[in-house]
Design a protein around this ligand. Structure first.
Ligand code: ZN
Length: 328
């Protein structure tokens, strides 16, 4: 009942699976994990939850990693508003947004910006986050609180945890990783600033990590791509294609490593959605996607989202998608 500013979903109408990730996914999967591909194809054909966890894990550690996702740059669904404001004090953490020295590795020289959705402190700063900012197409709230599980595990905690796991993996691959926030600021940043951080870093890839707050029974992950927008300060046209490539790789890696099926309520089973109403995407001048890792309001999904072991897989899956994208 935090009810701090939830912006309506404004989802685009469900569209037919255009080019479902099928083809691109197959390529990505084939390139990275032949063993898992078999499992994935079986899963595709049979529709059951065939998971190749161990194979994926093994290959994951060999090749790279990362994870997460859900709506908005802050804009959560209405029913996701029940998050408890209570809560967790910001944990002490290293100077967040700072980047660390790049190591050697396949991603040496690459810059990845990770955007942990929301902020654990947003609940305590309703007026700060509810002011509106210009997202090109219109004005939208600076940021939102995000959702939570029914037991009160907040999306903001989730996104930070997965993002930190993702950073660890990507840095091992040699990437320079920057955060938009690392629990090191009282609230925010606003969605326009989140986009600007990726732009200023001239990031090779940006991923915004979320979990959804939809109705129970709605399950699975989806990746949100920027639609073509050209209005005001927003011009996504130059990055629509590259963002799709990034998003499809991430969806493929996430599916393979977590074994979690694509959303059964958005994207027509492709695990991919396209939106033109998210400031964090509209204002990006570099390849950027969101990932909604699962639905915090569904008991089965939340059992996964609250598991550290599962979050590690989520991070690993996202990282593998990023590595695949960046290595071409
Ligand atoms: Zn979110």
């Amino acid at each position: 009942m935090a009810a701090v500013s939830y912006v309506g979903p404004d989802f685009e109408p469900p569209r037919p699976p255009r080019h479902p990730l099928r083809a691109p996914l197959t390529v990505a999967v084939a390139a990275l994990v032949p063993g898992a591909l078999v499992g994935w194809l079986v899963w595709q054909a049979v529709g059951d939850d065939d998971r190749e966890g161990s194979a994926a894990q093994t290959s994951a550690s060999a090749s790279g990693s990362a994870s997460p996702g859900a709506p908005e740059d802050g804009e959560e669904r209405p029913d996701g508003g029940a998050g408890r404001a209570g809560g967790e004090e910001p944990r002490t953490s290293p100077p967040a947004s700072a980047s660390r020295p790049a190591a050697s590795g396949p991603l040496r020289g690459k810059v990845v910006v990770v955007d942990p959705g929301h902020n654990p402190g947003n609940f305590r700063h309703p007026s700060d986050i509810s002011r509106t900012v210009d997202i090109g197409t219109n004005r939208k709230e600076c940021d939102t609180t995000g959702t939570s599980t029914n037991d009160g595990y907040t999306e903001a905690e989730f996104t930070l945890d997965v993002s930190r796991r993702l950073r660890t993996i990507l840095e091992k691959e040699g990437a320079t990783v920057k955060f938009t926030q690392d629990g090191d600021r009282p609230w925010g940043p606003c969605v326009d600033e989140r986009a600007e951080i990726g732009n200023e870093a001239e990031a090779d890839a940006v991923v915004s990590v979320h979990a959804d707050g939809s109705a129970a029974g709605n399950r699975g992950f989806h990746v949100i791509l920027p639609g073509p927008v050209h209005s005001g300060a927003a011009d996504t046209r130059p990055v629509v294609d590259s963002s799709r490539a990034l998003g499809e790789r991430i969806a493929g890696g996430f599916l393979r490593v977590t074994g979690s099926p694509p959303s059964n309520y958005i994207g027509g089973g492709t695990g991919i959605d396209v939106r033109k109403d998210l400031g964090g995407l509209n204002l990006s001048t570099v390849p950027k996607v969101f990932i909604e890792c699962g639905n915090m309001r569904d008991s089965k999904d939340s059992a996964q989202l609250t598991s550290g072991a599962w979050r590690q897989k989520a991070a690993q899956g996202i990282s593998e998608g990023i590595v695949s994208f960046l290595r071409g």
